[in-house]
Design a protein around this ligand. Sequence first.
Ligand code: HEC
Ligand code: HEC
Length: 449
Amino acid sequence: MGRSVTVIVVLMATGFLVSQLVSCAKTDRTEKPGTAQPKGQAQQEKVATPAKESSAEVAPATPAAESPPGESKSGESKSDESESGKSAEATPAEGEQAATSESKEQAAVPASKVSEPQTVMLGAAELTAGIPGAGELTLVQIDSWLKDPKQHVVLKPELPPGLAAGAGQITGLDANPLTRAKIELGRQLYFDKRLSSDGTVSCASCHDPQFGYAFNTQFGVGIDGQTGNRNSPVAYNRILSGPQFWDGRAESLEAQAVGPIANPIEMGNTHEACVVTVKAIEGYRKQFVAIFGEEGVTIDNIGRALATFERVLVTGPSPWDAYQQLADFEKAYADDIADLDELKKEDEQLYSEYQQLKEASAALPISPSAIHGGELFFGDQGGCTACHVGANFTDEKYHNLGVGMDKPADKIDWGRFEVTKDDKDRGAFKTPTVRNITLTAPYMHDGSQ
Ligand code: HEC
Ligand code: HEC
């Protein structure tokens, strides 16, 4: 069955149907972090990661540059400087602040003092907008951010429509509670190339907001242009996913996040060296202490912060979600909606629920061919939902679709088998989400399609 499924998969993945069906195009919420952060690839690398020169020695106060939410202009001009290694602007400012900063290190509000969890909607731009202000982050900005108790309130996430049905799948929050301060720290680390051995590669180098937090190359490209043999999967909707990687070898997002740092062909660093680098940056040190207490910067806490940022990256409702919800309603209440005037009089609430669903669907228009694709995808004919099922369109299980299995035996990537050594897992890979699929080509574990 491998081959035939693959053929259909390719047809649908590269064609119009699935794209319209599950991609959320411009309205998608995954773009919101992208807006708050710099938009384009070049811009983003620059803004989030001041050049190596401007790191530890020169400008310890700037773990990441920041642009005001929704405004990329200042990010652009400032980042041009960082790229050419000119951090002059940041240096004098840093000099001034360095004197006072030590005493402030303990000043932040410890998380334990804040009670009352607060419910937030994931995907809200507010969560990933970063520390307010223009230009590179200063210690003063970091201090005033950390001092606000709001940043340390534990957040209870809700999922946007479409994903919301997967609420029961949310994992990892008990062990690593969500707070605004931790999300922001994770965001800075995620875009910071200084985590790599030579300051050239960040998580975003292979999981770029521009490409749906995946990347448009067949394989991830690490330091010195090295490549492995697997395609970069998406880093969104991870909150609904337990084990990570194509073969599920990392048991949690936290465990996954520290892997690439020490992977010789990815970020090429050691965990020890990475901790030393991050610790040497005062702006980071303050945030780690404020968030994690005395132990401050450790590799596990770096993993916790990165995982926290990734957990808030979610897709918004797709045109299909809105269409489907409306269609379900129309089916369930066919009799009631036959006479709308009557319904308005008899059951105002149901009437207004119907109007809202209609408005939501009108706001996310869907083409007839996408509807057809959706019917195939979710119908018996396509059979896709045997595996691409649930809110994130994945069963989180491992299957061999035959992809890459035609290579010489010694070149074959056996996927899940390498983890379990169980013969039934030979060549099996984790079912990926197909949400936002148009943004994340090429496809499959080996990027072959
Ligand atoms: C050099 C490119 C590269 C870099 C840098 C990189 N990744 Fe990845 N990432 C990949 C590839 C390739 C995979 C799939 C590897 C596998 O399955 O064996 C992956 C897998 C993942 C996954 C698993 C997703 C899933 O669906 O299972 C997550 C999450 C992730 N990376 C986050 C990160 C974070 C966080 C960082 C920074 C600390 C990072 N990556 C750095 C290329 C990269
Ligand atoms: C038996 C389970 C199964 C079925 C049925 C199935 N898929 Fe998949 N799908 C997977 C797995 C597993 C992968 C990853 C395979 C690999 O990389 O080797 C995948 C990969 C994909 C990808 C690439 C995603 C990416 O990010 O690389 C798309 C698109 C896709 N499937 C769409 C479909 C469509 C459309 C159908 C129905 C015609 C379908 N699939 C049926 C399990 C399945």
